[in-house]
Ligand binder design. Structure first.
Ligand SMILES: Nc1nc2c(ncn2[C@@H]2O[C@H](COP(=O)(O)OP(=O)(O)OP(=O)(O)O)[C@@H](O)[C@H]2O)c(=O)[nH]1
Ligand SMILES: [Mg+2]
Length: 259
């Protein structure tokens, strides 16, 4: 039995949402373990604890498979940031965010931050293909269940472009993501002018090469700091114990678990 008195309590919660196979788990492995490794499709959800300065951030990985859909709103409860993840080579994965996942975020905090993350940029983008592992480690070429190489070519690519070298066409442009970000703000009843701008909140990443992965997570961590401070102030005014949060336990630097 873990010693509950020694467990760290997360100050804030960040949740990864998105269709199956877009690379949510791989993004977390890349960030937390500095590796691209073989994954199995997530069942239910799992969390990692990240120490960010004096704060503890729990990062929740969720299952994209339809059968676990009902759990999504539970994982989003009280989230300070939601990472809506899609695969840049799969148009449907972007559409699913709007159709299936956005409503799950109704349980997130009122001032929750939304990021749109187009993963697998290495398949279409020269910069991401050439990205160095952030720790200078050799790249792991593991790609056991990647289905993107069989995807349709909705956006024809010039024959000498980097995308054509990899054989996979980009189906979702940055403009598509920016447009969806605008619709998310609209859905949330937020004013574009007083919200975080789309060019700051729409990312393209590669869990495989590490491209933009640290920048994406760490931009979000900085943005949720005000939410942590506000929560701390509220707790000082009316101290209560949130038993749910004791289940989100952590260790010295990072620890993970699943449920
Ligand atoms: N080329 C490439 N493949 C990736 C990348 N990220 C993930 N993959 C591959 O895509 C597949 C799915 O990755 P996961 O991280 O398991 O996807 P997921 O979103 O967690 O999927 P669920 O757990 O089913 O919701 C695996 O075969 C990964 O190796 C990436 O950035 N580039
Ligand atoms: Mg997963």
């Amino acid at each position: 039995m873990p010693d509950v008195s020694k467990m760290k309590k997360p100050d804030v919660k960040v949740v990864l949402l998105g269709d199956m196979n877009v690379g949510k788990t791989s993004l977390l492995h890349r960030y937390m373990d500095r590796k691209f490794k073989e994954t199995i499709s997530t069942i239910g959800g799992a969390f990692f604890l990240k120490q960010w300065g004096p704060y503890n951030i729990s990062i929740w990985d969720t299952a994209g498979r339809e059968q676990f859909h009902g759990l999504g709103s539970m994982y989003c409860r009280g989230a300070a940031a939601v990472i809506l993840t899609y695969d840049v080579t799969n148009w449907q994965s972007l559409a699913e965010l709007e159709e299936r996942f956005l409503s799950l975020t109704d349980t997130a905090l009122q001032d929750c931050i939304y990021a749109l993350v187009g993963n697998k940029a290495d398949l279409t983008d020269q910069q991401a293909q050439l990205a160095q592992d952030p720790d200078g480690q050799p790249q792991d070429q593991t790609e056991s269940r990647d289905r993107t190489d069989t995807l349709l070519s909705a956006c024809p690519t010039p024959p000498d472009s980097p995308a054509s070298l990899s054989g996979v066409h980009k189906q979702v442009t940055r403009e598509d993501a920016v447009a969806l970000y605008g619709r998310i703000l609209h859905y949330k009843g937020l004013d574009e002018k007083s919200s975080l701008p789309a060019d700051k909140m729409c990312f393209e990443t590669s869990a495989k090469t590490g491209f933009n992965v640290d920048a994406m997570f760490e931009t979000l961590f900085d943005l949720v700091l005000p939410s942590i401070l506000r929560k701390r102030n509220e707790n000082q005014r009316s101290p209560t114990v949130d038993l749910e949060e004791y289940r989100e336990v952590g260790s010295k630097r990072s620890r993970s678990g699943c449920c």
